[in-house]
Design a protein around this ligand. Structure first.
Ligand SMILES: [Zn+2]
Length: 375
């Protein structure tokens, strides 16, 4: 099998839930085309957002109009400030903080920076032993360590929304429109987010939680649907309503407001700009494994965005993909193994077990070759 790419960007056919139309063009490109042709009715979106905000204000039982889910990174800084300064809301920020062993100094700085910009914030930290146990399970079961942690990251704001009776919750972007991963709707409604690939319905499965006290996994699961319904929870992708929304634009905005980014070169981190996933370093390892599994990593996502922003043409983008996608310095892998308390042999056994033989083969020198049709 050969990976095919969207005819106008770098989006690969192996992306889970990707949709190409009959001309071989992805959802993101069609959405961007609509933007360029000015066929998106931003005024209508604005009106839709205003009615959501009115609803949020009317239904909150506190002085907070909404919850903004934050990590302190580029997208959350943009969202929090947009909610407050452009929309005139009083947001309560909610953050799930990584355990000290995993959290990078840069991440702690960025969250502190965001709070210091003048926000009330609820930060929740979970039991680090259970956290690590779940991460190990996620890694060995799915070769995806962040399956369990993402569940907590997304479920916690909903728990807080119910507890504090603030029913309007903002998430950042609709992944269907930014990377072309379709689950749920193509608008601002994020109520189906828990059915995305990683969250798998919003409740950790039995294999992931085997032997773990159910009382220890409360915050890893979305609250039951009936609780969400009773509390009137409404989850919205704020990014859908912001015209200038993009990872790159959000990064530039947040850097101007104190965000600290990575300084390592793309060849070490498989990342062109060093502005994503700043709170910890193990995500770099995950991107490398994703590259073995699906044949693409973070550089593909960045290039897709850069092509749409007019920062580069498709050929220049594909050159960068060939050069840097899936790169991850051994130093990060060693630190990851040390944290999870596994050997490097165990690590590679798991990583290699998910390398997709349909898209990879070895050449005569024994080097792995990825089969991509770059046309
Ligand atoms: Zn495309």
């Amino acid at each position: 099998m050969t990976i095919t790419l969207c005819k106008t960007c770098a989006n690969p056919s192996t992306r889970p839930n990707v949709v190409f139309d009959e001309e071989g063009i992805c959802l993101v490109c069609r959405f961007e085309e609509e933007k360029r042709n000015k066929s998106i009715d931003w005024e209508a979106r604005q009106k839709e957002l205003e009615s959501i905000l009115t609803w949020g204000r009317e239904n909150s039982k506190t002085c907070y109009d909404c919850i903004v889910t934050v990590s302190g990174g580029k997208d959350s800084t943009k969202q929090a400030m947009y909610a407050r300064d452009v929309l005139g809301l009083k947001p309560l920020l909610v953050s799930c903080v990584y355990p000290p062993e995993q959290l990078h100094e840069r991440g702690a700085h960025n969250l502190a920076n965001l709070i210091s910009l003048g926000f009330d914030t609820v930060s929740l930290s979970l039991n680090p032993q259970v956290w690590k146990k779940m991460m190990r399970r996620s890694f060995f079961l799915y070769a995806n360590w962040c399956r369990s942690t993402e569940m907590a990251l997304y479920a916690i704001p909903i728990h807080v929304a119910i507890a504090y009776r603030i029913p309007l919750v903002f998430l950042g972007e609709n992944p269907a429109l930014t990377i072309g991963e379709k689950h749920g709707r193509l608008d601002g409604d994020a109520s189906q987010m828990k059915h995305c690939n990683t969250l798998g319905g919003g409740v950790p499965d039995a294999r992931l939680t085997e032997g773990i006290d159910p009382k220890d996994i409360h915050f890893y699961s979305y609250p039951p649907d009936e609780d969400m319904l009773y509390a009137g929870i409404r989850i919205i992708y704020l990014g859908y309503y912001i015209k200038e929304w993009s990872g790159r634009n959000n990064a530039d905005f947040s850097i101007r407001h104190g965000l600290v980014t990575r300084t390592e070169p793309p060849g070490k981190i498989g990342d062109l700009w060093g502005v994503s996933g700043l709170d910890e370093d193990f995500r770099l390892v995950n991107q490398m494994i994703k590259y073995l599994k699906f044949g693409f990593g973070h550089v593909t996502d960045q290039v897709t965005e850069a092509i749409h922003l007019g920062m580069m043409n498709r050929e220049e983008g594909l050159e960068l993909v060939r050069k840097y996608d899936g790169k991850c310095d051994m130093d990060y892998i060693r630190r990851f193994c040390h944290y999870l308390e596994i050997s490097e042999e165990e690590f590679w056994e798991v990583a290699e077990s998910v390398r997709n033989p349909a898209i990879w083969s070895k050449d005569e020198k024994g080097e792995w070759i990825l089969h991509v049709d770059y046309r």
